[in-house]
Ligand binder design. Structure first.
Ligand code: F6P
Length: 545
């Protein structure tokens, strides 16, 4: 497959970069009194202020040219219409179908997938209502009060992030826990205070073969049956599955009537609004879940139909690429000023880095530009008292995405105004800093001045949304999903496969039997490199002491 020829658009940006790389944001704002009013965009109720970025009108024009030259329009349509754009797995990429209205038609191999999506949503709703109303009883006749989602990666990060984000909409008389890690501590701590008779396990795994999830699922089954002193018959009332793999689900012992399906065209990291969201629906209820889907869909529509110059995911994707590929920035800090979004950066790490951490193009040739920024972050204001020092005065350029909400779910005195004052202040401080003259004018002794200078010129986006509702969460997630897509198109990579996770999985499976201390050197000789061999021997010996 030939890559679109966007070379001259890249070259134009390189030439432009040479002329603007040293321009300070102070200068850009001083030259244009309206800059803060102009360089923003609004879509689906999300407001993006991108004026505090190291861009001029010409930069944006050239970045938009790059998007056009990369056939972004064509690729958006290809995704939305079910073309198999995940070329290395020969799959369509249709998370947008998960939130399409019931009367939409999206064809995969000639079949409209939307009716199946809505049939699954109806099944989730019916089940959710039964559990939440207490009609669904556990094996001993008690109602379900605890829900434990067992999954990892996309089968965990979305559900846990959404649960935390929408906690204020959740059933407070129910407990929700999430088990992902193969480390037994995760399971042990998740169930330590739960009554098995009131506990429902949602085993979430697209493949139903993932080592961590299947190990945890078997441990959960043993725990439940042990606690209830029951035979296998209890499984039906306490285990449901979310998967694409019915055969493995029934092999595990879960009745496929209690299975909620999805499809190979939903990537794990794009699945929180599929049946993988079952725990979310159990927590917040079907009505709020539907509102979340509507929010996703609104952003999908914005992305598909809005001219690129006003298109939030396009602008955010391009601006982030500008720092990554021209300024050499390696990371992006995502800084939600909203405690409920505390797991949002972790969620985005899989979305962004599993999607765009790629070294070859769609045609198998090496990429021509750096791909895949490192995403990280923590909620404000906590981060301000931790790593912000490096963002303000360190030697690295770290573009920041600030996320804030006009209204809080918990209006307590002046807290929210103080919170918002802080997020605005950080953007201002990063952009404009403090000059040596300003520092001196404050009476600072000369020797101390360099320490107290803030260079500024550190870029940020500010996303402002009315309130963290289910719909707002859907919009934010879709915004980042599509922004990842925009960058993947320009780099001409497959943002929807994840071959890079395979090797470690295979090697771990080889090593598991080698850790058996009874084998010692009696078993087959270790055949790894000398470092790995020595680590295995040390572990084998010392675990017996
Ligand atoms: O190891 C990576 C991965 O394949 C992710 O892409 C995926 O979200 C996760 O594992 C879990 O996979 P599954 O839902 O099949 O258990």
């Amino acid at each position: 497959m030939d890559a679109p020829d966007n070379h001259s658009a890249w070259s134009a940006l390189e030439a432009h970069y040479a002329t603007v790389r040293d321009t300070h944001l102070r200068e850009l704002f001083a030259k244009d009194a309206e800059r803060g009013e102009r360089l923003n965009a609004e879509g689906a109720g999300v407001f993006l202020d991108y004026s505090k970025n190291r861009v001029t009108g010409e930069t944006i024009k050239l970045l938009l040219n790059l998007a056009e030259a990369s056939n972004l329009r064509g690729r958006i349509e290809a995704m939305f219409t079910g073309e198999k754009i995940n070329v290395s797995e020969n799959r369509a990429v249709l998370h947008v179908a998960l939130r399409a209205p019931a009367d939409a038609s999206i064809l995969v191999d000639g079949k409209n997938v939307v009716p199946e999506v809505h049939a699954t949503l109806d099944k989730m709703t019916a089940f959710g209502d039964r559990v939440r109303s207490g009609e669904w009883k556990g094996h001993t006749g008690k109602r379900i009060r605890n829900v434990v989602n067992v999954g990892i990666g996309g089968s965990d990060l979305g559900p846990v992030m959404a649960y935390e984000a929408l906690r204020s909409y959740s059933r407070r008389d129910m407990t929700f826990r999430f088990v992902s890690n193969i480390d037994g501590t995760d399971f042990a701590e998740a169930v330590i205070d739960l009554d098995a008779a009131e506990t429902l396990f949602v085993i979430s795994s697209k493949t139903f073969t993932t080592l961590e999830t299947m190990t945890n699922a078997h441990t959960a089954r043993a725990w439940l049956l042990g606690k209830l002193k029951s035979d296998e018959t209890a499984v039906a009332k306490h285990f449901v599955a979310v998967s694409t793999n019915a055969a493995e689900v029934s092999k595990f012992g879960i009745d496929t009537a209690n299975m909620f399906g999805f499809w190979d065209w939903v990537g794990g990291r794009y699945s929180m609004d599929s049946a993988i969201g079952l725990s979310t629906m159990l927590a917040i209820g079907p009505v709020h879940f539907t509102q979340m889907l509507l929010g996703f869909h609104e952003m999908d529509d914005h992305f598909r139909t809005t001219p690129f110059a006003d298109n939030l995911p396009v602008l955010m994707g391009l601006i982030s690429l500008w720092y990554n590929d021209f300024f050499g920035a390696q990371t992006v800090a995502v800084l939600p000023y909203e405690q409920y979004l505390k797991r949002f950066p972790a969620y985005l790490q899989q979305l962004t880095m599993e999607s765009n951490g790629k070294h070859v193009q769609l045609n198998g040739k090496a990429v021509e530009h750096e791909t895949g920024q490192i995403y990280w972050g923590e909620p404000g204001t906590n981060g301000q008292h931790s790593f912000y020092q490096l963002i303000h005065q360190g030697t690295r350029l770290i573009p920041c995405d600030f996320i804030a909400f006009i209204k809080t779910r918990n209006p307590l005195g002046a807290h929210h105004d103080i919170l918002i004052a802080n997020v605005f202040a950080q953007g201002e401080a990063l952009a404009f800093g403090k000059t040596p003259d300003q520092v001196k004018a404050e009476g600072t002794p000369d020797w101390l001045v360099p320490h107290r200078v803030f260079e500024g010129n550190r870029p940020s986006n500010t996303l402002l949304v009315d309130e963290l509702t289910p719909a707002a969460l859907g919009k934010l997630v879709a915004l980042y999903e599509h922004s990842v897509f925009v960058q993947g198109v320009i780099w001409n990579i497959d943002s929807f496969d994840q071959w890079g996770v395979e090797l470690g999985k295979v090697l771990a499976v080889n090593i598991i039997p080698e850790l058996d201390a009874t084998q010692g050197e009696m078993g087959a000789p270790l055949a790894h490199d000398s470092s790995t061999n020595a680590l295995i021997r040390r572990y084998r010996t010392q675990k017996e002491n």
